[in-house]
Design a protein around this ligand. Structure first.
Ligand code: GLC
Ligand code: MG
Length: 579
């Protein structure tokens, strides 16, 4: 009953914002929710998440105020890198379901007005893809689809790779194919041969794949690892790929990716033109369908390179080039000044008229509660959801899931397995962020009825789960819902932004549109602090609490004084100026 009352009160409260007449496309301030399909919801009891599982939980996305789901790769794959090694881009991984299941998912999402975005990894395929098998056997059509090179025999009669290039997953980036009697390049795992983007037939095929899925009704695609598309043009170097220089970083050996400076295998200039060509595919389909198909790009690179993906001059780039600043440039020791610096830095480099986006986690990086601390989960969700632009949440961050513990014996991530190190693998393993989603305190956290799930469920799920947080008066889940609801207001959708580190511990930012003004303030330090919010221009008098972190003593509609605000350690608040 009270839910209905609250809901109708909210409708009344939101109505006053509806007359604001600024046109925004669906994606421009959307909340994207990343689903790792293997770990979200298992519908058939095999211990592996699947599409029907996702479909059955789409209402949950609606409930937490998400606008779009982007699914980590669901294409057919032998799963050496869990879908990031695709053997057929036109087929759904059978373990996850069928094409009909996917269409059903789309249909249900459509009914709920949730957009679906798919992950595409065009940099490489699986070594089990038909393309690669044919290329390895020098089939005329496919022969030039991958990067093939001769190696040489050393003085001791050992076969040596063409040069010193190292894979992101450690060790040589070259693997010998006896069939073809040549080496193939793989910037990632050895089961992931790199496609040859200098071959126009390959590029056409990638464009066809994108068209295929966009025409099926997918609202966008996240294009993976774009900055690895091109290697240096070897013709400039007399037909041989040159060695990369050694970084000289301490503690790194010739098997480590960081051992070399990747000047020939990453961030090549041709990349940006290719991204622009791919964007044209999205635009062509948008024109025909009247619903914008969104291109996202994924590249871990310098900030100057990262913002080049927005497009340059007449070349359009991605709608949403992922911003990894919060992921890469903040850690446990970061204070208020670091947060301000990292956020404002991105906004400074970003082209003025483009939308920013905020990513705090994904299937490759440690969870927020583990990377920082559990008490800061709400503060970071406030950042992601209330900073200007697009918000991107990795599943589980809305309830503050922690990294799971996956012992060496159960480790699946190829990056971790490649360390051959049963002790230190933990430092690189991505399995801990991929443990099953925690729905309830039931068997396997409500994720699956199987006796064994593909990765073990994280400890502590009995308390840390959706059901628990849903019924609690205060929980990360409740805060998250409040925040997605707040961000519909014009001040957060297109309002202006200003930030201050009020001291080393307290970061605050102001968002305002006309006379509607908010201050988001967070004490990321470990002690109690008193701050004065009148340090912001035009902030004075009293402010009302709109949202507060779980451990805060304040609740909705409490008043605080702008001139004197005492914040407990880890306390985070969204405040609204009284008019
Ligand atoms: C992307 C994915 C990562 C994968 C890699 C190789 O970076 O996010 O999970 O391992 O591509 O395909
Ligand atoms: Mg299953």
């Amino acid at each position: 009953m009270w839910e209905i009352i609250v809901a109708s009160l909210m409708v009344i409260a939101e109505a006053r914002y509806e007359n604001v007449n600024i046109k925004q496309d669906w994606w421009e301030t959307a909340v994207f929710y990343q689903i790792y399909p293997r770990s979200f919801m298992d519908s058939d009891g095999d211990g592996v998440g699947d599409l029907n599982g996702i479909t059955s939980r789409l209402e949950y996305l609606k409930e937490i105020g998400v606008n779009a789901a982007w699914l980590s790769s669901v294409f057919k794959s032998p799963m050496h890198d869990f879908g990031y090694d695709v053997s057929d881009f036109y087929t759904i991984q059978p373990e996850y379901g069928s094409m009909e299941d996917f269409e059903q998912l789309l249909k249900k999402a459509n009914e709920l007005d949730i957009k679906v975005v798919l992950d595409l990894v065009p940099n490489h395929t699986s070594n089990e893809s038909e393309w690669f098998i044919k290329s390895a056997s020098r089939d005329e059509y496919y022969s030039d689809w991958y990067i093939w090179e001769n190696g040489h025999m050393d003085d001791n009669g050992f076969r040596r790779p063409p040069n010193n290039w190292i894979s992101l997953f450690r060790k040589s980036a070259w693997t010998y194919s006896p069939n073809r009697d040549q080496f193939y390049l793989h910037q990632f795992g050895e089961a992931q041969p790199d496609l040859n983007f200098r071959n126009p037939v390959v590029v056409d095929e990638i464009k066809n794949i994108i068209k295929f899925w966009l025409e099926k009704g997918v609202a966008g695609m996240r294009i993976n690892s774009v900055n690895h598309f091109f290697e240096i043009d070897k013709d400039i170097y007399g037909g041989r790929y040159p060695d990369e220089p050694i970084t000289g970083k301490p503690g790194l050996g010739p098997d480590d990716y960081g051992y070399l400076e990747h000047i020939y295998t990453k961030d090549q200039d041709e990349t940006y033109e290719m991204v622009s060509q791919i964007r044209d595919v999205f635009d062509a389909i948008t024109l025909r369908n009247n619903v914008t198909r969104v291109m996202m790009t994924d590249a871990y690179t310098s900030i100057k390179n990262a913002v080049r993906y927005y497009g340059e001059g007449i070349h359009s780039g991605a709608h949403i080039p992922f911003n990894f600043a919060l992921v890469e440039n903040l850690d446990k020791d970061s204070d208020a000044r670091d947060i301000k610096y990292v956020v404002d830095r991105w906004l400074t480099y970003k082209p003025l008229r483009k939308q920013a986006n905020w990513v705090i986690g994904n299937h490759d990086v440690s969870r927020v509660a583990s990377r920082f601390r559990p008490e800061l989960v709400d503060a970071f969700n406030m950042l992601v959801l209330l900073l200007p632009g697009i918000a991107i949440t990795y599943m589980g961050e809305e309830i503050g899931m922690l990294n799971g513990f996956v012992p060496w014996s159960e480790t699946k991530d190829p990056l971790a397995c490649n360390t051959d190190d049963p002790v230190n693998f933990i430092e690189v393993s991505r399995d801990p962020v991929r443990t099953p989603f925690q729905w309830s305190n039931g068997k396997n956290a409500g994720f699956s009825t199987a006796d064994k799930t593909w990765l073990p469920v994280a400890e502590g799920f009995e308390h840390l789960n959706v059901a628990n947080q849903r019924s609690a008066v205060r929980s990360h889940y409740q805060v998250y819902r409040t925040l997605t609801n707040l961000r519909i207001r014009p001040a957060f959708r297109f309002g202006r932004y200003e930030s201050l580190a009020l001291n080393n511990d307290v970061f605050a930012f102001k968002r305002w549109y006309n006379d509607d003004t908010y201050v988001v303030v967070m004490n990321v330090g470990k002690t109690y602090r008193i701050v004065n919010l009148t340090a912001f221009d035009l902030i004075f008098g009293q402010l009302e609490v709109e949202a507060s972190s779980v451990l805060s003593s304040r609740t909705y509609s409490d008043n605080v004084q702008a001139g004197y605000l005492d914040l407990a350690a880890d306390e985070a608040l969204v405040l609204r100026m009284q008019v």
